[in-house]
Ligand binder design. Sequence first.
Ligand code: PLP
Length: 424
Amino acid sequence: MSPPAASLRSIRICAVEISSRNGWKRRPGLESVNALNKTRISEKAASFSESVIREMTRLANRHNAINLAQGFPNFPAPDFLKEAACRAIRNDINQYAITWGSPRLRRAISDKYLRQYDYEADPDREITVCCGATECMIAAILALVDPGGRVAVFEPFYENYGPDAAIAGAAPQYFQLDPERDWAVDFEAIERSIQREPLRALILNSPQNPTGKAFNQSEMERLAELAVRYDFYVITDEIYEHILYSGRHALIAQLPGMRERTVTISGLSKTFSVTGWRLGYLVAPEDLTSAVRKIHDFLTVGAAAPLQEAAAEALESSGDYFEKLAEEYRRRRDFFVPALRKAGFRAWNPQGAYYVMTDISGLTELSDVAFVRRMVEEIGVAAVPGSSFFQKGDSGRKFVRFAFCKTMDVLEEAAERLSRLRGR
Ligand code: PLP
């Protein structure tokens, strides 16, 4: 256990006194030891708090509540994937893979982009495998953005982006999506802001967590025009690319002038229901890839070798898996969103991903945090308070997000419990 601050201070003072009494010189470096003792943790670590989403999972566990907070499925991963992982371990694929991903997996990712989007990515020079989309994002920001560089983030946002920017020393710039216009983008606000101070990068998460918004073609084109005109990078988070309820997912990297300035991120977590495997990947032009690979190497060395082998096998033989996946999530959405509305929530129908953003003002005067706590304790359903998706917590006060990546029986039980909220 670390000693309390007061005793640290006295140890420090004591050391200086003894040394001067004996006529010793102050040892170089003592000042930095003193400074370390004074602050204990870095400014960066102090600048953000623990993940609210993961904290909600702990609260749900404590109360034995249905966990609709954190976005992990309660159903098994596909058998073909699990079998492939077991086979890889039995075949002794147990040592470090090549840092930027096993050749077979990078080839399978490249083939997927070609098949799915008609997008050519060189597996040797343009694809990197990381420990989840999470590591891809932080590695990309560290590789492309200098301290102080401005990074645009749409708000409400997936809660990692703020800490990602803080760790990189970047300056996040938040741009509100308008809930009254189906989470529309205010392009004029972005342009005005860039004209005041340049942007280094923009993070584009589509389909989006927490709103379920899928940016449409015209929005992507306008963002691409801005990126080209004002010369900034776009770092995408497309982890939900295969959970889209209508139309086809599109890559902003394919729009004119975008290939050389886009980092496209995705991964296995959500598509194959293996959030614990920690497998993500990133596609970027060669010069950006080289920079990201260096950061990735020293952050984590590489992702789990046998799981990469299994991932390659899964991508190679995915057949109609992606279509079926979207279809099953559509069924869950079409059951759960009306159930939330019936229970008194205003709920936005997600166009993709597996979250529903709701407005609780019709149900309660409590804040999001108090309301979610009450839901866990009184009816046994956990969700995420909206304030964790906003920079200023107050802006999220009336919102609560539910994750519906659960089996139908769990969603039915949750709907039944939620129906008891009204009139409490
Ligand atoms: N990006 C978004 C938008 C997410 O919602 C999540 C998980 O909830 C992640 C990334 C995490 O992805 P991974 O498990 O690949 O790190």
